[in-house]
Design a protein around this ligand. Structure first.
Ligand code: 3H9
Length: 695
């Protein structure tokens, strides 16, 4: 075996050269990999005792793409295009041997080879769109030539990988092999040599792209079908344009067009944000004092206390992951009601084709409902999801303390309450941790894990691991009112209320945020969640929210009553601005002596989002969040912050903290309101000309 570079080896199996990439963890196409592939292919092509080349990978996967950490840095030779050209135009057959995931640049390498074989468990795809990019090494030109235009559009614009079976069906791979992959690929290569098969260069295939030529409606229809989910993103449209070029231009012209469209994306703020977010998400898994090898409890059985909306949703997560879960309720009626909702949710998913009727039964079969608390005595984790009141929570934990096995993790789904106080109701506060799910709990990806003062490292490692196992993105935070997400949201809510009194209307405020990229604004969100809950809490505490209180007094509790800040037509969730609400707002403003004025959208946006950033700065200073990027992960996965704007802390850095601080100081001067005092960390970083994310 010859080492071509530190990450590429050249080996021989008879007259077949085997080039193996070994660049852990995912064999990304770093400079030394590209160089190794180029030099290895050159050497094999020059060697007269070699008939064909197999390109394989060591470790857990085929090449998973370009090295994302190289983007934005000066390019280093050789470029990927050069390497791919050398493979495809070379005189000898090249066979890609795929296992794990062939993604992005990895699939582009495979498509430059003349044939592709894969193991059955392999998956292939172009996830570039999720990084705000397009497959920029001829993927947009080659894929439609093998898979057809519709399949290429679907794969490239969704970014989702497909299975080996699907890839075989659509011509993306040529054979699925059993047993030793490299041996099978070598046998495949020997066969094409023996049969003198002409080299299959995808660039020369025209049939599948020709089928779409002169049919612009294919693209028009596709654009329409993805308009909703791609709103605000830049990359999907460039992906579509590049595939259009594959159809309408000769191969080399299409390649040039792909390049232009790729470079445009590479330099875009959207891609910068999405690439940042790729690493932010992975960073969130790292907890400085709880290293990755900290033993986490293996969760074989879970318990959930409470079969309400949250409890039911949490139980679904476990059932979806194949983990048996016991749900405890106080009364049989409440239990039946809760489990009926769970079943209905599953049936809706099945009716939409997400899974089969048999899957519904399988999942329901993993959920056991009971009114007997003793049923959770053998659970490895018990998650409490009862009414959000401290005495109730403490009672639950005291009771659990007497029932759960000694090494069980006891978790609370509180969204605001003090996890330390809840833990104090037990004799084992080290086993207690917060697991704050977001509604709907079976859908939202975020899991805010809340570390109590006494939470053990095992409890933390378990909450992080179980979060990942049930498909969530767990982020560890500390104890404070509202933790990270709701604490920042509260600041935004305060300004939203002020803005409508000072002159804006709910639909204007909401539109500013939906234009920014949020799925909905604060008023539409309140209507969806229901205004009565907040009203009841305010009455209990003796606090007021003048406009919301007046709206509630009319029995308008939001969508469920046909009206709140907006009016809703029966069976329709579309918010319709309401004159009656406008009148209430104007009346309240007048009674408070406020002279209403027109407020520009820019001011609305800044007044809603700057206070969130300021609160984020306080959260960092208090060490409630481990790092600024964790706050961004929370906002993207829990609150619909558009990922192409990175998250509030990244976004603030792009604006420049000095500009943010100065604006806050102006408002402070104008209003005399201490609300606008910049947090010490924000002020300090602004003085230093730095950002939250600067190391
Ligand atoms: C592209 O290819 C553009 C082309 O069209 C060419 C244009 C010219 N680069 O996710 P994990 C790191 S764009 C650098 O936890 P898993 C990751 O940060 C690329 N680093 O593992 C992490 O580091 P750490 C298109 C990468 O098993 C570690 O590897 N390709 C890359 O859950 C483990 O990652 C993609 O977008 C990379 N490409 O999932 C694929 N990938 O341990 C991106 C990973 O320090 N990758 N790292 O935190 C993935 O989707 C997943 O990593 C994968 C494995 C499914 C492969």
């Amino acid at each position: 075996m010859t080492a071509i570079t530190e990450s590429v080896d050249l080996d021989r199996r008879g007259r077949i050269a085997v080039l193996t990439v070994n660049n852990p963890p995912v064999n990304a196409l770093s400079q030394h990999v590209r160089q190794g592939l180029r030099d290895g292919v050159r050497a094999a092509n020059a060697d007269t005792s070699v008939d064909a080349i197999v390109l394989a990978c060591a470790g857990r996967t085929f090449i998973a793409g370009a090295d994302i950490s190289e983007f934005g840095k000066p390019p280093r030779e050789p470029g990927l295009h050069e390497v791919l050209d050398l493979i495809e135009r070379g005189p000898k057959p090249v066979v890609a041997a795929i296992h794990g995931t062939a993604l992005g640049g990895g699939l582009e390498v495979a498509l430059a080879c003349h044939w592709r074989v894969a193991v059955k468990s392999a998956r292939v795809g172009f996830p570039e769109v999720k990084l705000g990019l397009l497959p920029g090494a001829l993927g947009t030109q080659r894929l439609p030539r093998v898979a057809g235009v519709e399949k290429a559009l679907q794969m490239i614009v969704s970014g989702d990988p497909i299975t080996a079976d699907d890839a075989l069906k659509h011509g993306v791979i040529d054979e699925i092999v059993d047993g030793d992959l490299t041996a099978a690929a070598v046998a495949f290569a020997e066969k094409v040599v023996r049969e003198k098969s002409p080299l299959r260069k995808i660039r020369d295939l025209d049939e599948k792209v020709a089928a779409a030529r002169g049919k612009p409606e294919i693209f028009a229809n596709f654009r329409k079908s993805v308009a909703r989910q791609t709103r605000g993103f830049r990359a999907p449209e460039n992906c579509i344009k590049a595939i259009e070029a594959a159809v309408n231009l000769p191969f080399d012209e299409g390649v040039k067009r792909e390049r232009e469209l790729f470079v445009e994306l590479l330099n875009s703020p959207e891609s910068k944000a999405q690439r940042y977010f790729f690493f932010a998400e992975r960073e969130a898994a790292k907890i400085p004092d709880v290293p990755a090898d900290t033993p986490a409890k293996d969760i074989k059985k879970a318990g959930v206390i409470g079969a309400g909306t949250m409890g039911g949703g949490i139980a679904m997560n476990f059932a979806n992951a194949g983990i048996p879960v016991t749900v405890v309720e106080v009364t049989k009626e409440a239990l039946d009601r809760g489990l009926a909702v769970v079943r209905k949710n599953y049936e809706i998913s099945a009716s939409r084709g997400r899974f089969t009727a048999a899957d519904v039964e399988k999942r329901m079969g993993l959920i056991t409902g009971t009114t007997d608390w003793n049923a959770v005595k053998d659970a490895d984790i018990v998650i409490e999801a009862v009414f959000e009141e401290m005495p109730v929570k403490k009672e639950v934990f005291a009771r659990l303390d007497g029932i759960a096995k000694p090494d069980a993790v006891l978790a609370t789904n509180t969204s605001t309450l003090d996890v330390n106080e809840i833990a104090s109701a037990t004799k084992r506060p080290e086993s207690v941790i917060g697991t704050h799910f977001f509604s709907p709990a079976n859908v939202m990806r975020l899991l805010e894990n809340v570390r109590g003062a006494k939470s053990s490292k095992t409890a933390i490692a378990t909450a992080m691991a179980v979060g990942r196992r049930i498909g969530k993105v767990p982020v560890l935070v500390g104890v404070c009112y509202g933790f990270v997400g709701n604490r920042m949201l509260h600041q935004r809510g305060l300004q939203a209320e002020k803005l409508i009194l000072e002159g804006a209307l709910p639909h204007q405020v909401d539109k500013v945020l939906t234009d920014f990229g949020f799925p909905m604004g604060p008023f539409a969100m309140s209507d969806l969640a229901g205004l009565d809950v907040g009203w009841r809490i305010r009455k209990g505490r003796g606090t007021k929210s003048p406009v919301a209180d007046r709206i509630c007094e009319l029995g308008r509790f939001g969508q469920k009553t046909g009206g709140g800040y907006y009016t809703y037509e029966s069976g329709d969730r579309k918010p319709i601005p309401d004159n009656e609400v406008e009148k209430i707002i104007v009346d309240v403003a007048t009674s408070m002596g406020i002279t209403r004025r027109p407020i520009a959208d820019e001011e609305i946006l800044q007044r809603l989002l700057y206070p969130m950033v300021n609160e984020g700065a306080k959260i960092l200073e208090e060490k409630i969040a481990i790092r600024a990027s964790d706050i961004d992960v929370i906002w993207v996965y829990g609150y619909g912050w558009p990922v192409y704007r990175g998250g509030p802390m990244f976004w603030a850095d792009q604006i420049g903290l000095k500009s943010l601080r100065d604006r806050m100081l102006e408002w402070k001067k104008q209003s005399g309101d201490d609300f606008w005092t910049p947090a010490p960390r924000l002020a300090r970083l602004a003085d230093q000309g730095k950002g939250f994310l600067d190391k």
